[in-house]
Write a protein that binds this ligand. Structure first.
Ligand SMILES: *Cc1c(COP(=O)(O)O)cnc(C)c1O
Length: 391
């Protein structure tokens, strides 16, 4: 395979694991276990003397194919595929951290990630300090002697704040900590955190990587010494939040069209953002592809487009925001994102509804805020759908 292939080529030409029938489309190996030729081979597989499959909680050829393809696309040494995005984050922290360790995390994280850090990890004596996604000096100030991990998402949800990955990688390295980036919103098509100095990339494959809302899945990517037996894979293999072969196959097929989908999501999102910015009943707009975004220059350096998620605040608070939602006939009213179908959500009463009003105010999640994950419908049709309630 020639070096320097583009991600869209890698998405089609890596992770090919053909059976004896030499099928063109990837096969699915739906089997829980694998048979050995004889007792000696079984012993050699278990001892690690001979590589090869044993049991699908450990490895499965379809899952391995996805891991190879995603590794190639993220320029990672290796990948551990997981059953969901959350189990990717769980496997990362359980595989790499110990009791007494400390995490510095962005305060703009996916809600379940915050719950995992606050409610579960805390029971195992792993503490987390939350800081502004955009304030590098706050990350520096939060470092303790036992800080092992920096954790962030960029752009953040729902306000699309941009964290400077390479600047934070430098700060993390100086502190002797690993930088993990949840690359769910951008995918390797728009942003490659490992190339910018991050140590670990996390994915919820449930979102854009599948892209058509069919399956759950996740992945952790990075250097072999972090991912393997003593780290992330060691946890996965023992604890078992393994990706199923079927879901791996669906995601493999999803990756084949990731580039064209991300380009189309980005184009539609940009048109939506421009239209919303000019709308008289829209108070504010948050989209990293617009020059009005406070970190437009950083976003341009770090990601190749503004992505597919647009957040905007309508005039008139919650009633006005709900009016937009309740007058739609086309878009899906759901908190999911990264789907070819456009999804619309009111963060203050759904994804961020369980945090206090005070915490919401501090995070800038106002009652008039709406998040649209722009799909692949004709953008004019989405605009007509939103215009009905926007007035
Ligand atoms: C959805 C999501 C997750 C969790 O993924 P699941 O597949 O639902 O477990 C993690 N991070 C981000 C940014 C997400 O959007």
């Amino acid at each position: 395979m020639p070096d320097q292939l583009k991600p869209e080529t890698l998405a089609l030409r890596t992770g090919i694991n053909r059976s004896q029938f030499n099928e063109h489309s990837e096969p699915i190996y739906l089997t829980s276990s694998f048979v050995f030729d004889n007792a000696a081979q079984a012993a050699a597989r278990f001892s690690g003397e001979e590589s090869g499959n044993i049991y699908s909680r450990f490895t499965n050829p379809t899952v391995t194919a996805l891991e190879e393809r995603l590794s190639a696309m993220e320029s990672a040494e290796t990948c551990v595929a997981t059953s969901t995005g959350m189990s990717a984050i769980l496997s990362c922290v359980m595989g790499l951290l110990s009791a007494g360790d400390h995490i510095v995390a962005s305060q703009s994280l996916f809600g379940a990630t915050v719950n995992l850090f606050n409610n579960i990890l805390k029971k195992f004596d792993v503490e987390t300090t939350y800081v502004s996604a955009t304030d590098i000096s706050a990350w520096e100030a939060a470092i303790k002697p036992n800080t092992k991990l920096f954790f962030l998402e960029t752009p953040s949800n729902p306000l699309t704040e941009i964290s400077d990955i390479s600047a934070l990688a430098t700060v993390a390295k100086k502190a002797g900590a690993w930088l993990a980036v949840d690359n769910c919103f951008c995918t390797p098509i728009l942003q490659k955190p490992l190339d910018l100095g991050a140590d670990i990339v996390i994915h919820s494959a449930t979102k854009y990587l599948d892209g058509q809302g069919r399956v759950l899945g996740g992945a952790v990517l990075g250097r072999r010494d972090l991912m393997m037996e003593g780290g992330v894979y060691g946890f996965l293999r023992t604890a078992g939040p393994t990706l199923s072969a079927f879901n791996a196959w669906v995601i493999l097929k999803g990756l084949e069209t990731l580039k064209v989908r991300m380009d189309a999501h980005s184009k539609n999102a940009m048109l939506m953002a421009q239209w919303l910015e000019a709308h008289p009943n829209v108070e504010r707009i948050f989209y990293p592809g617009l020059p009005s975004h406070p970190q437009y220059e950083l976003a341009r350096r770090q990601q190749s487009t503004g992505g597919g998620i647009v957040t905007f605040e309508v005039k008139g608070g919650k009633d006005a925001a709900w009016r937009v939602i309740d007058n739609t006939k086309l878009v899906s009213i759901t908190a999911n994102l990264g789907d070819v179908k456009t999804t619309l959500t009111h963060p203050a009463t759904t994804t961020h509804g369980r945090i206090s009003q005070q915490a919401r105010d501090a995070a800038g999640i106002t009652d008039g805020l709406l998040r649209i994950a722009v799909g692949l419908e004709a953008v004019e049709d989405i605009q007509v759908d939103l215009a009905r309630g926007l007035g």
